[in-house]
Design a protein around this ligand. Structure first.
Ligand code: FMN
Length: 500
């Protein structure tokens, strides 16, 4: 972390002007006064100093100097870039890893130099790029053993067929492959190659050897490859790579590897959503027919709860408005239990009220809200009668996603789910526009013969104004992580625009 006294730097460090205003409880004009005078009242500086460790640093309230929370403030990723056409994608990957507070040191193979320059890699990582096993200076400063040992995780991205073959057979004829033999950190491989190279039995056999050694593969994806062929071999999406790495690093069994003690965890885990307020709806709604019966649906709430947990882990302040489910509230979230669609809307309405200048930044409507409710509700149980079954008079329940999308205090990011049984894409696209949502996560209700409501897995078609992405079937936690990566990317780019 840099030492700097400028208030502009403080604004960046605390997640942008909006967030700093929220924390300080002041409006834009007070903040611009502080900036003009380069002076912060001492009580405000103290407030920031107390909160600073949650943002991953210490702040001296007298000098306004920022310093690292401890020596090892960030997790170290050793990125091995090998010589494939997808090498340029490692540049974007470095930037995104840094958004998530990982420190990146890169090692490039000799072939990788043919595709991208060490200069661009070093400019992005802010660290020296290593290539040569026999570079004496490096051996004195930082030899291959130290490089391998200081890594919390080794990420090979992109990984060529050649490099996969080398590490499968224990070759150590350059710096990158030697590091793979020396390291005791987990190794992640992101293959990228021509579909025939990937499908080749030799490559597949090498991958099997590595998987048996607990080396994790991320991708490859299917689709058009840079060499003009279609098939499996594409470099996996950056956001997917990060979600897998985060999942690995944040899982309980691995926390012990990365953190010396529990109290450090809070500061070391990346908090890309720190300072953001997120409102999430989850589960079904139950609309009473009479005092004992109701109209409901099979929603388990698992996806919404997984999203709430992932957002909270990423540092967001999360309010979860939930219909009746059999799930415990995720830690660090505020749970509001409701039964009906109207109660859900009321709970959301009071959360959307701007109190003390604090506004909700993002709403995620993951609840399966019943479409209908009774026109009239009696106090007594409906009885069987000789005149046949009762005629239930129904009316529509409030459309919560559309109401949020058109709300006067509409959050910056409105996300809805669309569970469909047919014409998934068209229905989801028109739903996004009708309801004024930014993103729709569409899923088919029937997936691989199983209903998605009771399943632990989900498969998503992500739709925004400008892009469409198919998210392969994965468990609901992984889908939640992926969504968090997208939300973080959205806020990191729009906060930057707003602060410029
Ligand atoms: C233009 C070009 C593109 C290449 N793209 C790939 C690729 O995407 N994936 C791959 O496995 N090999 C690719 N190769 C082959 C590798 O560069 C070659 O196997 C090299 O020895 C890899 O070295 P390394 O694994 O030490 O980085 C490509 C070669 C050329 C000339």
């Amino acid at each position: 972390m840099k030492y700097q006294e400028s208030l502009t730097y403080l604004i960046e460090a605390f997640g942008g002007s909006d967030n700093l205003q929220k924390i300080l409880g002041v409006g834009p004009s007070a903040l611009s006064n502080y900036r003009r005078r380069e002076h912060l009242p001492f009580n405000q500086a103290q407030k920031l100093s107390e909160l600073a460790p949650d943002y991953g640093f210490n702040l001296d309230p007298y000098s306004l100097r920022i310093s690292p929370v401890n020596k090892k403030a960030k997790l170290e990723i050793l990125l091995i870039i090998t010589g494939g056409i997808a090498a340029y994608k490692s540049l974007e990957l470095i930037r995104r890893l840094q958004d998530f507070e990982f420190s990146v040191t890169a090692v490039m193979t000799e072939s990788a130099h043919q595709f991208i320059t060490p200069l661009s890699v070093s400019a992005l990582t802010g660290n020296k790029v290593y290539s040569d096993l026999f570079d004496l200076t490096d051996e004195q400063e930082m030899g291959h053993i130290q490089l391998a040992r200081k890594a919390d995780l080794v990420l090979i991205a992109p990984a060529t067929a050649n490099f996969i073959s080398k590490i499968a057979h224990g070759l150590a004829d350059d710096l990158a492959s030697t590091i793979c033999l020396v390291t005791d950190a987990p190794i992640f491989v992101v293959p990228a190659m021509n579909p025939h190279m990937w499908a080749n039995l030799a490559t597949q056999e090498n991958c099997r050897i590595l998987r048996n050694r607990e080396i994790t593969f991320i991708g490859p994806d299917d689709g058009d490859t840079a060499c003009g062929e279609n098939g499996s071999g594409r470099f996996a999406e950056t956001s997917f790579i990060i979600s897998i790495i985060q999942k690995k690093l944040l899982s309980n069994e691995n926390l012990n590897i990365f953190f010396e003690n529990k109290s450090q965890q809070k500061h070391l885990i990346a908090k890309p959503l720190a300072g953001k307020r997120i409102l999430i709806t989850a589960g079904p709604t139950f609309e009473p027919i009479d005092p004992v019966r109701f109209i409901g649906n099979r929603s388990s709430g698992k996806q919404g709860y997984a999203i709430a947990a992932a957002c909270a882990l990423a540092g967001a302040e999360v309010c979860l408005v939930s219909g009746p489910v059999n799930l415990a509230a995720p830690s660090d979230t505020r749970l509001i239990n409701i039964e009906t669609a109207e109660q859900m809307q009321q709970a959301c309405a009071s959360e959307l009220q701007v109190a003390n200048g604090l506004q909700i930044d993002c709403v995620i409507c993951a609840a399966a809200v019943s479409d209908w409710q009774m026109v009239e509700l009696g106090d007594l149980k409906l009885k069987k009668s000789d005149s046949g079954p009762p005629q239930l008079r129904l009316k529509e329940t409030p459309d919560i996603l559309s109401w949020v999308g058109h709300h006067p205090s509409r959050p910056r990011l409105v996300i809805g789910f669309a569970a469909e049984t047919d014409t998934l894409k068209q229905n989801a696209q028109s739903k996004r526009m009708r309801k004024n949502a930014d993103w729709i996560l569409a899923n088919s209700v029937i997936q691989s013969g199983e209903t998605v409501f009771n399943s632990d897995k989900n498969e998503i078609l992500f739709i925004s104004e400008t892009k469409e992405e198919a998210w392969a079937a994965d468990n609901k936690q992984a889908i939640a992580q992926k969504l968090v990566v997208h939300i973080s990317e959205y806020f990191s780019s729009t906060d930057l625009d707003r602060n410029c």
